[in-house]
Design a protein around this ligand. Sequence first.
Ligand SMILES: [Zn+2]
Ligand SMILES: [Zn+2]
Length: 146
Amino acid sequence: MIRPTTQQRKNWQQSQRAKGLCRSCTSPVSIGPLCEHHAKLDRDRTKKKAQAKKEQIIAHYGGVCAWPECGVKDLDMLSLDHVNDDGAEDRKQFGLGTRFYRYVVKQGFPDRYRVLCMNHQWKKRMTLLRGESLPQFLAFSSACLV
Ligand SMILES: [Zn+2]
Ligand SMILES: [Zn+2]
């Protein structure tokens, strides 16, 4: 198979767009520059990549909820928690999900994050809302167990 050059691919994509056709086949566009089929493939690929990135990061921070005796390891139920509760700033800048996870990697996995399950994220928030202090173990970073 002959691989097209970047320029050739660009030209092809441009002419496809001009005709209202998918960037990757000859079907009409549906979503963005892609047909329904390729848009779905694209979405799936993006989702898989995001999932792999999350897995890598969660694993780096221990891969399990940091709350004592919790033990939740289900990736879908885990997320990164900000040790100093300075998450609002990061969220404003990076949103949730892929961009944020990329940012964590780029920073070189700083100590100010740790893994909590959704329940314990909530528990932490409720505890703070009630004006109670967090359990001792949450006052310092238990991140980076690897
Ligand atoms: Zn297509
Ligand atoms: Zn937990």
